[in-house]
Design a protein around this ligand. Structure first.
Ligand SMILES: [Zn+2]
Length: 347
């Protein structure tokens, strides 16, 4: 299925020229801003400013932290006749640094409250314990020894997550405190356990963070450990998008955390579900091939199964660190989701 087309000429041009899209008015009183992710211009992330009827502002995803984060925000605010003190709310879709990173700096500069889903706050609180448990996962995956140090550094106890304490905890169905607007929180676990989207039904807008992006297939389980299978959560969260959308002129406009705005939420969510079905089939086929190959009675490791999967872009052997860790974790979640997790080596 082809990726949805960008609907903003400004964002389409930025995509073509590989530049940062400038501030843009999405609706009356709603603007998108872009910022670099680390040192990269490609792969920028979006923040969204939403004006309340009392002139106050909410900011969805402050973006990457850095010395220029607050000055850039201040300049953007000035260009739409606002100032930092108008910001009263910073909403974080999820705990990743390209979304949450500047939250503390923006709070300090503006006095705004920082809001996130309660599970995201809990994951930030738990990050040390989760890191230690993730080290045990890495050991169990059975990757070659020369790769495990980078896996631990990026996925396990070496992984750095920010220490941001929210002022306001959010749950599914909550309305954001923005005067004169109905901005509804939709809990969309999968990418991280406390990922949230925000829907504004009147304006037909949905702010999707990294839950639904136009061309990127979002990773799963990237926000600390969970009792449930992040793949199952992700699929349920994608299916929950479909009834929000409507055909034709009433379709939701998707304001994602990266890439570009588009229309076609339901179709894109369904394409992502189909992508995951392909990945599950790939993992199950690899496991079957290992059994059939007479690998013996021994249960294969996650790494052995992942090596036999064919769908990795660039091949599994090209991966290291966080990318490899994510691939291995996904392999296990796909097998568990298919009821085949018990056939894996346990240590
Ligand atoms: Zn992101």
């Amino acid at each position: 299925m082809p990726a949805p087309a960008p609907i903003s000429p400004v964002q389409a041009e930025a995509l073509r020229t590989r530049t940062l899209p400038p501030l843009e008015e999405v609706r009356h009183g709603v603007w998108s801003l872009s910022s670099t992710v680390g040192d990269r211009v490609e792969g920028h992330s979006f923040s969204y400013l939403i004006e309340g009827s009392d002139g106050s502002l909410a900011l969805i995803d402050p973006g990457w932290a850095g010395p220029d984060a607050v000055p850039r925000l201040e300049a953007a605010l000035r260009s739409v006749d606002h100032e930092l003190s108008d910001l009263t709310l910073v909403v974080v879709t999820h705990l990743h640094l390209d979304h949450l990173g500047a939250a503390d700096d923006v709070r300090r500069a503006s006095g705004a409250r920082v809001a996130m889903h309660a599970l995201e706050a809990a994951a930030l609180d738990r990050r040390a314990a989760d890191g230690a448990a993730a080290d045990a996962d890495v050991a169990r995956w059975g990757a070659p020894r020369e790769l495990t140090e980078a896996l631990v550094a990026s996925w396990g106890s070496g992984r750095a997550l920010p220490a941001v304490t929210p002022d306001l905890l959010l749950a599914d169905g909550d309305e954001l405190p923005v005067a004169g607007r109905r901005l509804r929180v939709v809990h969309t676990p999968g990418h991280t356990a406390g990922h949230l989207c925000v829907v504004e039904p009147e304006q037909r807008l949905v702010f999707t963070g990294d839950h639904v992006l136009p061309t990127i297939n979002p990773g799963i389980g990237l926000g600390g450990r969970t009792a449930s299978n992040p793949l199952d959560d992700h699929l349920a969260s994608l299916r929950a998008m479909v009834p929000l959308d409507r055909p034709g002129a009433d379709a939701l406009e998707v304001c994602p955390g990266h890439e570009y705005r588009f229309v076609g939420l339901a179709e894109r969510a369904e394409a992502l579900v189909a992508h995951r079905a392909d990945r599950t089939l790939d993992a199950v086929t690899a496991l079957d091939a290992l059994h059939a190959g007479g690998a013996g009675a021994a249960s294969p490791t996650v790494f052995e199964v992942a090596e036999h999967m064919t769908g990795w872009r660039g091949g599994l052997r090209s991966m290291t660190g966080f990318v490899l860790a994510s691939a291995l974790a996904q392999t296990e979640w796909h097998l568990r989701s298919a009821g085949r997790g018990d056939e894996l080596a346990t240590g």
